[in-house]
Design a protein. Structure first.
Length: 169
């Protein structure tokens, strides 16, 4: 369970948008064009499109986009919740975010992702119990101790024998 960051530029229509919606974070170019385009072909969003949309945007916005196939720009996508943020160079921002995430405790990242994924599916009481269970599992582990030590010593987080490096062509 690792964070997924999507960098969008150009167009993300139909299935392309639905794939992007599955990412944890979506960084878009200001002039990117996004659309729930299936209605044009007499279809509906699939590949979990409706399930993702309902958690990202208001339900009336999800319905409008699904019923009309209207295109939105990268800027509007951020305003309505389809995207996380706008960047002139989404790929560079996504890589920088990936480097930042890789510099944190992988155990805490995985626990946070699990909790956030389950949050809409459980009651508040169950969510709080899940948080307590995840926190208890993290405390005093090697990665948690390293996180504290590296912060106190003002140095990068590191796990012995593990190198965090992200490279792309």
């Amino acid at each position: 369970m690792v964070p997924v960051i999507a960098a969008l530029h150009g167009v993300a229509f139909g299935g392309g948008l639905q794939i992007a919606l599955g990412a944890d974070v979506r960084i878009v170019a200001p002039d990117a064009r996004l659309s729930v385009l299936e209605i044009k072909w007499g279809l509906i969003p699939d590949m979990s499109g409706t399930q993702l949309l309902r958690h990202l945007v208001r339900i009336d916005v999800a319905k409008e986009l699904t019923f009309t196939g209207r295109e939105v720009s990268g800027r509007e996508a951020v305003e309505i919740g389809l995207a996380t943020r706008v960047a002139e160079d989404p790929r560079a921002d996504a890589l920088e975010m990936a480097r930042l995430i890789a510099s944190k405790s992988p155990d805490a990242i995985r626990a946070g992702k699990r909790l956030l994924a389950s949050a809409p599916l459980v009651s508040v009481d169950e969510g709080l119990r899940n948080e307590a269970r995840e926190q208890a599992a993290l405390i005093a582990t090697p990665n948690q101790i390293e996180a504290v030590k590296s912060n106190l010593e003002r140095r990068p987080f590191s796990v012995p024998g593990v190198v965090f490096e992200i490279t792309f062509p």
